[in-house]
Structures are given as structure tokens and as C-alpha cells.
Design a protein around this ligand. Sequence first.
Ligand SMILES: *Cc1c(COP(=O)(O)O)cnc(C)c1O
Length: 369
Amino acid sequence: MTNAWDFQLELRSDPASTAARTAVLDEPGFGQAFTDHMVVANWSADRGWFDPKVTAYAPLKVSPAAAVLHYAQEIFEGLKAYRHEDGSVWSFRPELNAARFRRSAQRLALPQVEEQDFIAALRALLTVDEAWVPATGSGESSLYLRPYMIATEAALSVRPANEVLFGVIASPAGAYFETGPKPVSIWLTTSSIRATPGGTGAAKCGGNYAASLAALAEAVANGCDQVAFVDAVERRWLEEIGSMNLFFVHSDGTIVTPELSGSILEGVTRTSVIDLARDLGHTVVERRVSADDWRDGVRSGEITEVFASGTAAVITPIGRLAWPDDELLIGDHTANHGVGPITATLRKTLLNLQYGRIPDDRGWLTRLV
Ligand SMILES: *Cc1c(COP(=O)(O)O)cnc(C)c1O
């Protein structure tokens, strides 16, 4: 349709020293340290996309009247670059992130980025900052990639902005669970809603996150790690964790996940877990699941494992569900203070695929460097 983006390289003269970079890679944390460079491209209604470049990682210069600051016209993506044993660097199903970015852009009235340009942007940044991808030996470490798009036009009138910026930043990420996956506890909120029918729940946009933070604070105040949201209409159908999708393992091996209702974000990890679980012989059902189904199923022993899926933590076992009146501990995850067997197998299979430790039969990996 349009010409592929041709990135101009503006390499910085003062990249981090090897010692400084090594210090970060030794203890990356999550989303705190960033690589030497970043991608930016500009868009205007008149010109379309222009000046794509890789340049020094630095604060952006935007007007205090930029539409994003007032009306939250913003979207983002999250994916990872994985170092394989032979030194090569790969991403996992980036075409699904590119497609979701296009759907999010459509919903937030932002311009479209072609899949080839989205992936070219990742490759351009990785080519320059490859040294920031953690060594394969570190187990679950990766370089987290954060593409985003913001409305930069200085205009307080309410309408889709005519000037937009696309960017990619990258941040080394350690294993989400330092000492192996540990079950987390979830607060079930019914007072707060994350997304509504016809709203932006299926788009990956900052506004959804802003709307979830008060409920997360409520969860933490109640001794939980994360918060689960129910639907806006009946307030009983489980949606998701606000940054992760939910899965329920039944005693007969069937795996159930809330069906995409229009207000649930379609995770790349969710899609992949469904495919992998089916390959491993599980029946996977996408249907409505109520908060009572969760509670009753755990109490009766029908539900044996519960987990959440997302790029950052891959698969997170859930060991406890709490709500204003009560709480319950969840099956296999608490029985051995570890991870249920099906959760563990799915997690390991997914990681093995991402790190190139088993054959990529499905063609899910894209080489970046
Ligand atoms: C990104 C995200 C997820 C998980 O998606 P993945 O592609 O698996 O990382 C789940 N819910 C929300 C709201 C998200 O923004």
C-alpha cells in the first residue's frame, strides 16, 4: 500500500559503557532501565508517516497542549526479544501484536501502521541495541519491547489529532519470578469496572490501565497482588486481570477461559496457550465464567488450577482468591506451594518455544537479529 519505512540511523556518541550495561543486565528488574536508542516516526494528516528513525533514547518534546495529555488518545503494545542458544534474537508472533496495534489504532482514531513497518521498527532498534538482549543462560530474561502511539497535536478541541508520534522503546527484563513461578493472590472487585460493552476494553490503550489503578490499589490494600474484573452489565462474568487473561483447569483436564466479549483484551499469550493446550490433548472451551463458577468450582474440587497469561509474566499461577466477605485457596497451586502440573507444563512449553529450546513447528518465531 505505502512504501516500507526506511529508518534513518542517528547513533548516539555516548552509549552506556559495557560496565554500565552489564550492571543493568545483571539485575534488570522490569521496565526501569532502557536501552541506548529508541525508534520514532511522525505522522500528519497531510503527509502520512514521515522521518522514521532510530535515535538516542531521550525525553520527547511534546506541547503541553498535546491531545494525548488531555484526551488520552494513546495505544501501546508489549512483546519480547529472546536470545537463543546460538546468539540469534527472536520475537514471538509479532504479527499478532502488529494486528492488534492496528485494531487498537482503529478504536482510538489513530493512524494505521503496516505490519511490515511495525516489525521493521523492532528490527531497526534491535540491530542497534542488540547488546541489551540478555544472554540466553539467564533462563527467562529478555528484552521487553514497547511500541506505542500518541496524539501529539497541540489542540484542545475534541477530535482525532492530525499529528501523531509512533515510537518503540526497549527495556531489559529479568525473570518475572526470581525464584520460579509463585502463586499470586487475586482480589475480586465488583465495585470497579475495567471496560464496558462498546468501550475500549479490547484495545490496548493507556486509558484502560488508568481506569484499573484504583481497583489495583484496593487489591493491594486487601493484601492481594492483582485484581480481577467482572463484566459491566451483570457484574458477575469474569473478564480478566487488567493486564492478563484468565484460565481455569478442570479436574478432567478441560481448560476454560472467558470468551472474548468485546471488553476483554485478546492476549497473544492467551491465543498461544489455547493452541498449545489443544496440541497437548486438552479440550479448551471459551465461554462465560462467573465469579460464582470460580468459587464453587474450587470448593467442589471441579477446578484444580487457575492461572493468568500475559507477555510479561508468561503464565502466572493463582493460589488465592479474596473478596470483601471471604477468601479461598486454590487446589493444586497451594497443595504443594508450587504450581499445578498443567499450569507448569503449559508454562514450560511456551518458554521452551520462545527460547528456541524445542522446534518451532508452527512458525511462531520471527528472527530480529
Ligand atoms: C496486554 C494485555 C493482556 C495480555 O496480552 P498478551 O498479548 O498476552 O501480553 C491482557 N489484558 C490486557 C488488558 C492487556 O493490556
